[in-house]
Design a protein. Structure first.
Length: 474
């Protein structure tokens, strides 16, 4: 499930929820658009409205393939009434790209009432839980681990629904940032390790009765689209209930999941996944990425050139390496090295993810249609290319070939994160270990550079990544 156009691994999804909001489907739609970068294969939304008697909430569900703007027409949005909603943007996982039964949010109606859930992450005890339910005759509708949360809740022997949700979350292991919509509340929960981000926002006087509305999102960039004020993060291991009491008093009901292994927030949210304008884990993404670039420059600066030679040209791989490149050039200049920053590629915005190569003979056609080198920037120059990470290396190799074909004198490659040698099983789509570039070459930098076709390659060290991330923190 690697993004074949950018050569990056992909975050599996984004989650959004809102409570006590006028036209909740509109707010949820905008929130999902803001989280589109976390999943582009499909998505869905569930809204809740009170019945005519006012004692039950009816749920309305719509899911589909593609981008949020493809899934929901104005008529679709209008057909989703209610003042509460949750939404999910999905990147393909187990269950297939076109099987809608595996798309979230998941809904269930059980003995207590309606329940809907959207989940970002991966359950490490998925196979154990799935085997348990299959042995007890439970009919599973998909192969997606997120569905198991609903079965854990509905099979809990606890009496209150909140206790059932809490009970289910204590049985889940791995990475999970969830939004859960009940008939009377919105619940936000984050695993005790805090692998994936989750935050809370407030829409002043956003409710139908003039009270405040509340939103929960994977990233703060989604709050901005909804004109919501940032309140705080959902802390690792925290379960938060937003209900009428919250609307009336501003207070949240909070429970704590048992802490087992300590906090382990995913550093690649900073490296690649999160949008640069988001605030996650207590710091702005763009600020951290610039600091990664500065540290990379200290460890692997631009090559030195003579006083009569033109400066080294530093170019980012579009678009996620832009902020690391800024920090890299700033630090190289501070160190007295001769370099300038420029844009080395034009990225064609009209070549989408669904673009199909017309011929298998041209394996790099997607990259060439998506990226075109700026010849006037590259010709006759020493180029340093910056990328945030490298997975298989095939896309990087193709981009390097394009730069050389555009007349570059020589190319050096710098990576603003350490070598990726093993897959991750906590909410990322990775190729197998045997396909990972750094693993294939056993960490041999000379072999890596030769395969890529560059003069040198330099990775940010693991120690440098941690130090620069901590150094950036307030």
């Amino acid at each position: 499930d690697l993004d074949q156009e950018t050569g990056h691994y992909n975050e599996k999804c984004g989650v959004f929820g809102c409570f006590n909001v006028q036209k909740a489907s509109h707010t949820c739609y905008y929130g999902m658009v803001g989280l589109q970068h976390r999943g582009q294969e499909g998505g869905g939304m569930v809204t809740g409205e009170l019945s005519s008697t006012g004692d039950r909430s009816r749920f309305h569900l719509h899911r589909g393939l593609g981008l949020v703007t493809d899934i929901f027409t104005p008529d679709d949005i209008a057909s989703l009434p209610g003042t509460s909603a949750i939404g999910h943007t999905r990147y393909s996982t187990a269950g297939g790209k076109t099987q809608l039964e595996g798309f979230q949010p998941f809904c269930v109606r059980y003995r207590i009432g309606n329940l809907a859930l959207a989940h970002n992450g991966n359950l490490s005890n998925f196979h154990e839980l799935r085997s348990f339910f299959e042995q007890h005759g439970v009919l599973l509708q998909s192969t997606v681990d997120s569905e198991l949360f609903l079965h854990l809740i509905s099979h809990s022997k606890r009496r209150s629904q909140l206790d059932q949700i809490f009970d289910a979350m204590t049985q889940a292991e791995g990475a999970f940032s969830c939004v859960i919509m009940t008939e009377t509340s919105l619940v936000a929960v984050r695993d005790p390790n805090g692998f994936r981000p989750l935050c809370i926002g407030r829409i002043p006087k956003g409710g139908p009765d003039g009270g405040d509305g509340y939103v929960v999102a994977s990233e703060t960039c989604a709050l901005d689209l909804c004109k919501a004020e940032y309140v705080r993060e959902v802390e690792p291991g925290e379960l938060i209930v937003i209900d009428r009491n919250t609307v009336n008093t501003g207070a949240f009901t909070t429970l704590r999941l048992p802490q087992k292994f300590g906090v382990s927030q995913c550093i690649f949210e900073y490296v690649y996944f999160a949008r640069p304008d988001s605030l996650i884990f207590g710091d702005f993404v763009t600020k951290v990425r610039r600091e990664h670039g500065r540290q990379l420059a200290r460890e692997h600066p631009v090559p030195k050139v003579g006083p009569d030679s033109p400066p080294v040209v530093v170019v980012p791989v579009p678009d996620s390496a832009a902020h690391a490149t800024m920090g890299y050039v700033e630090e190289c200049l501070r160190m007295g090295l001769s370099c300038i920053q420029d844009l080395g590629f034009f990225r064609n915005p009209y070549v989408g993810r669904s673009f199909i190569a017309p011929s298998q003979e041209n394996r790099d056609i997607k990259v060439r249609c998506k990226f075109n080198p700026m010849r006037h920037v590259c010709e006759g120059q020493i180029i340093v290319m910056i990328d945030d990470s490298i997975v298989r290396g095939t896309t990087a190799k193709q981009l390097i070939r394009l730069v050389m074909a555009a007349g570059a004198k020589e190319v050096h490659f710098r990576v603003a994160s350490p070598p990726v040698t093993d897959p991750c099983f906590y909410g990322m789509d990775f190729p197998t270990k045997e396909e990972l570039f750094a693993n294939v070459h056993a960490g041999d930098k000379t072999a890596m550079a030769k395969w890529l076709g560059v003069e040198s390659i330099g990775y940010l060290s693991p120690e440098g990544l941690v130090e620069s991330t901590v150094r950036s923190s307030p």
